[in-house]
Design a protein around this ligand. Structure first.
Ligand SMILES: *[C@@H]1O[C@H](CO)[C@@H](O)[C@H](O)[C@H]1NC(C)=O
Ligand SMILES: *[C@@H]1O[C@H](CO)[C@@H](O)[C@H](O)[C@H]1NC(C)=O
Length: 495
């Protein structure tokens, strides 16, 4: 009798105190699962700890880092053109794609992507050369107008915002207007020295023009890839001191004219420029810049880590990496997780993006005559055919898992914050793990804890994908799960 009572009390206690893993979103190397919700029934319990698994995931909720802003890609004119064409030829495909990419409702069969990079003027994925002010000699910047961009770009953006109004928009030019440059074209060259103090007004007026179209910008960068000039498409090289001079003036214009909260993000180029350009930019104008952004095409993510240790108070955004047709689906997913969606995030990135949101099966359409994305062509996050069909690529599967782990639990609520996590056990190397805690709108509601786990033990003694028996340690309790080779996102609640 007394034993039974004690057992009942213990059972009640553990029901109250134990957490449960309610859902697992999974993508496996063999595509048996493609961002699929497993919704284990019953949910997996955290219980009193026993022996650890071959890998042991230790979540340290007392050590927290940056708050995540979101994941996504660039809404280039080319991406918008394909999406807009799909809206005409197959509207139901169009809306189901927008929903699958951007719906941020908890539990929806959707990735909830929440961050878009948006070019100011033409880039290598535009139908023609244009800037927001092509009136040569207009140094008063009276004619800055976002309507220079194709109208479909704005109509697709409006549809995306209708699906996920919380999306953050990061604007960036690929080049100043051609008439301001020594090349007298947007293709290649650099800003003429007498235009340096005119250019901040161009960027500021671009923000105003976007606002007049109902678009509120989250962040602005001065120049995409400022170390690269290419005569076949809009590009421009800037020195760190010129970029700093423009940034200082732009920040001050924004602060005193209605854009005090817009982030100023510098650099926006490869990891290998972190110790050089990005550092010199911080030295020359660091106070004006909220942070810097990185691309993947040179150097390694460890250089982003070095920068982040040197400038712990500067925000970091990972804004571009492109897939290329012909690469291996599963090898790509491993690389993206290791270097970007776990690797860059664990080196303080608040957002991580791939390049074009959508391209066609040949990596088109492109800027006429550009040498960019030659060879087999660049792959978008989504491939869209001109017949209105779509399919998502490895870029999507890699980012959807960390997006799902960090989107706000409540619509309009906070997004995930990164926590410290360690992996022990004899197969600790076999798992790459990111850990996050997501706050609630109502402080009485329980926090959501989530993990993104890559099992990449796939080639011991030749191709040999091996599940990893793991344990998860949280607040002195333990859950067990065997991770297949692939990516898994799992979550539980905690008081
Ligand atoms: C988002 O997903 C939720 C849950 O599936 C659904 O109720 C809602 O209608 C979706 N929103 C849009 C804009 O499709
Ligand atoms: C990968 O997993 C298998 C099976 O769990 C294990 O025997 C092997 O040691 C692991 N590979 C390495 C290099 O540890």
């Amino acid at each position: 009798m007394r034993g039974a009572t004690l057992a009942t009390v213990l059972a009640l206690c553990s029901m109250v105190e134990s957490q449960k893993i309610w859902d697992i979103w999974q993508t496996t190397w063999n595509k048996n699962k493609l961002f699929s919700s497993l919704a284990p029934n019953p949910p997996l319990d955290f219980v009193a700890p026993g022996a650890i698994g071959d890998a042991d995931i230790l979540v340290d909720e007392n050590t927290k880092y940056q708050t995540i802003v979101g994941f996504g890609g660039s809404l280039t004119d080319s991406s918008a053109q394909l999406m807009s064409n799909m809206k005409s030829v197959n509207p139901s495909n169009y809306w189901s794609l927008l929903n699958y990419l951007f719906n941020a409702t908890e539990g929806a069969n959707a990735a909830g992507l929440s961050y878009l990079r948006f070019p100011i003027g033409a880039c290598d994925f535009s139908p023609k050369q244009y800037s927001y002010n092509d009136v040569s000699g207009d140094t008063g910047m009276k004619n800055v107008d976002a309507n220079a961009a194709p109208s479909y770009t704005f109509s697709v953006l409006a549809d995306i915002l209708a699906v996920n109004p919380a999306i953050k928009i990061h604007v960036v030019p690929w080049s100043p207007p051609g008439w301001m440059k020594d090349s007298w074209t947007m293709n290649g060259g650099s800003l003429r020295s007498e235009m340096i103090d005119v250019y901040p007004t161009y960027l500021f007026r671009a923000l105003q023009s976007l606002r007049s179209k109902g678009i509120e910008v989250y962040a602005v960068s001065i120049q995409n890839e400022p170390q690269y000039s290419n005569p076949t498409y809009p590009t421009a090289s800037f020195t760190p001191s010129t970029e700093a001079r423009i940034g200082i003036q732009l920040k001050s214009l924004m602060k005193s004219n209605g854009f005090p909260n817009v982030k100023l993000v510098g650099y926006d180029h490869n990891w290998d420029g972190a110790p050089g350009y990005a550092t010199q930019l911080m030295q020359a104008g660091g106070d004006a810049f909220d942070g810097v952004s990185f691309h993947c095409y040179g150097g390694s993510v460890s250089q982003q880590g070095d920068f982040s240790r040197q400038y712990p108070n500067k925000e970091i955004y990972f804004t571009e990496c492109s897939g290329t047709y012909g690469s291996d689906w599963w090898q790509d997913i491993k690389w993206y997780l290791d270097n970007i969606f776990i690797g860059s995030v664990e080196r303080n990135a608040k957002a991580a993006l791939m390049w074009n949101l959508a391209l066609d099966p040949q990596g088109n359409p492109k800027y006429p005559g550009t040498s960019s994305c030659g060879g087999p062509g660049c792959r978008g996050i989504v491939t869209i055919g001109w017949d209105g069909t779509w399919s998502v690529n490895q870029e999507f599967y890699a980012m959807s898992h960390v997006s799902k782990a960090t989107i706000p639990r409540d619509i309009g609520g906070p997004s995930g914050q990164r926590m410290k996590v360690n992996v022990g056990g004899s197969l600790s190397w076999a798992l790459r793990v990111g850990a996050f805690v997501t706050g609630r709108l109502n402080s009485a509601d329980w926090l959501r804890y989530s993990l993104v786990v890559l099992n990449w033990n796939d080639s011991t003694g030749g191709w040999n994908p091996q599940p990893v028996k793991a344990t998860i340690e949280f607040r002195g309790m333990q859950a067990a799960y065997t991770f297949p080779v692939g990516v898994s996102t799992l979550w539980w609640y905690g008081e």
